[in-house]
Write a protein that binds this ligand. Structure first.
Ligand code: ZN
Length: 463
């Protein structure tokens, strides 16, 4: 369910180019590419039963590097599985969990120009399902653990790889991983499935490195109006479709109250400064005073920004009537909400029912949404991530942000484990194709990211 940040309209700023592209024929690059290629070939979509096979491939990689059976747990759950790997440390500090998901959203080979389950290099990109979401993270974290083990690195705290197998669907393996780790009491988790560098769409210059520290709650409601119906040749004054339409027009016109938190204020302050101009000034004004109605309205007019200022709800599907010559007996609309952290799902449902203003309409929540808290910034994490990012792009600003979608991180946050998503990837905003056709990863960013996780791990797990 991962959604990439719309990193807002950060203005271009001149920052030094990265160091020379990594040598591709060195053993490190070859090992990473070989693993990445193998992982892409597993069609780990729901129902395909391929996650356990992929976990076995990862197990093989880790054992070749010196991990033993006792370090590795592959826990089958239905057709999928989770993978939990312990890198034993000296226990001077609380453990760290490193997150990724092995499953992917399915891809139909007939719809793709290139086979989605064969890693294909073409021009500046690697193509394939999962090249971004999230087999990149799985490959990078696995190689980081393998390299550090082979180098004889002894962490001063336990490190865990916690790879889920149904992040894109039910997140049952995620919940099981949180449960399995609860006794270890990790100090925090670092997620490979979000965050990362944003490059200018034009010249590819780096704009910022985004750290995901919070997620809005994803909640969907079905609103239904019922009616006795009848023959369409004899229209009656009450009509389920018209009543539903009235409700939806009211929902459309309604704006939830403006909200902010420390994360969004810092996000707007940093983005406003980077953006400059009149639009940037509005962001700065909002960061300084979220009660400024003019600034809030200016931001809300931008679809890529509105979600950072409030809860949003929008109609996404309709289902009504049963025959072209019958009055509708039922009309249902689906309304999807992205709820600001700290706001209860039930409160949003109450508001929608009030706004719709039809006592006969039924509002029903789908599923069991997870509400997760914001993770407060940690100096140790920020310093470690800055070290890894600045080795590639000196002085690049790190900006915290709140995701409008959902990742495994929410279940760790709910369990009291602060979680920061800090992927190794750098990409242009217009090249984000996760979940869609032609998902791709920049070749240069793949190789340049090989030092990302080892740097972070060494910084956080050694004296
Ligand atoms: Zn993902």
């Amino acid at each position: 369910m991962h959604k990439f940040l719309i990193a807002a309209l950060l203005g271009a700023s001149a920052i030094a180019a990265p160091a020379t592209a990594a040598e591709r024929t060195d053993p490190r690059s070859e090992a990473a590419l070989s693993l990445y290629r193998d992982l892409i070939a597993f069609r780990t979509a729901e129902g395909q039963g391929q996650v356990p096979a992929m976990a076995a491939r990862l197990t093989e990689e880790l054992k070749a590097a010196g991990f033993i059976d006792a370090d590795i747990t592959v826990q089958p759950m239905g057709e999928t599985a989770y993978l939990l790997v312990r890198y034993a440390g000296t226990g001077e500090k609380a453990p760290i969990a490193f997150l990724g998901h092995m499953d992917v959203v399915d891809a139909l080979p007939e719809d793709w120009e290139r086979d989605p389950f064969t890693l294909t290099e073409d021009g500046d990109y690697f193509y394939g399902r999962g090249t971004i979401d999230n087999k990149l993270g799985i490959a990078m974290l696995t190689r980081a653990f393998a390299e550090l083990k082979q180098a004889g690195f002894s962490p001063d705290r336990d490190l865990y790889l916690a790879f889920s197998g149904d992040e894109e669907t039910g997140m049952q393996t995620t919940k099981a991983l949180v449960e399995a780790l609860s006794g270890e009491q990790p100090a925090f988790a670092l997620n490979s499935d979000a965050g990362g560098g944003v490059l200018n769409d034009g010249d590819g210059s780096p704009l910022a490195y985004m750290v995901q520290v919070a997620e809005k709650t994803f909640a969907t409601f079905d609103v239904t109006v019922r009616n006795e119906g009848g023959h369409s040749s004899r229209p009656r004054p009450d009509n389920a479709i018209y009543e539903l339409a009235d409700i939806l027009k009211k929902v459309e016109a309604y704006q939830f109250p403006v909200q902010s938190n420390a994360v969004t204020r810092e996000f707007f302050a940093a983005t406003g400064e980077s953006m400059g101009g009149e639009a940037g000034a509005m962001l700065t004004r909002f960061a300084e005073n979220p009660d400024d109605p003019e600034a809030a309205a200016a931001i809300a007019a931008d679809p890529s920004m509105v979600g950072f200022t409030r809860t949003t709800c929008v109609a996404t599907m309709l289902d009504a009537g049963h025959a072209e010559n019958a009055l509708p007996q039922r009309a249902t609309a689906t309304v999807n909400c992205r709820i600001f952290p700290g706001t209860e799902v039930s409160a949003v449902q109450t508001t929608l029912a009030e706004v719709g203003d039809n006592p006969d309409a039924q509002w029903v929540l789908r599923g069991d949404p997870t509400t997760s808290p914001v993770s407060d910034p940690r100096d140790d994490v920020n310093a470690a991530v800055a070290q890894a990012v600045h080795a590639r792009y000196p002085d690049l600003p790190l900006i915290p942000y709140m995701e409008s979608g959902g990742t495994d991180g929410m279940h760790f946050r709910v369990a009291g484990i602060p979680t920061y998503a800090v992927s190794s990837r750098f990409m242009r905003r217009n090249q984000m194709f996760a979940h869609g056709l032609d998902e791709r990863m920049r070749v240069d960013s793949f190789f340049a990211g090989l030092e990302h996780w080892p740097t972070i791990i060494r910084a956080l797990a050694s004296e």
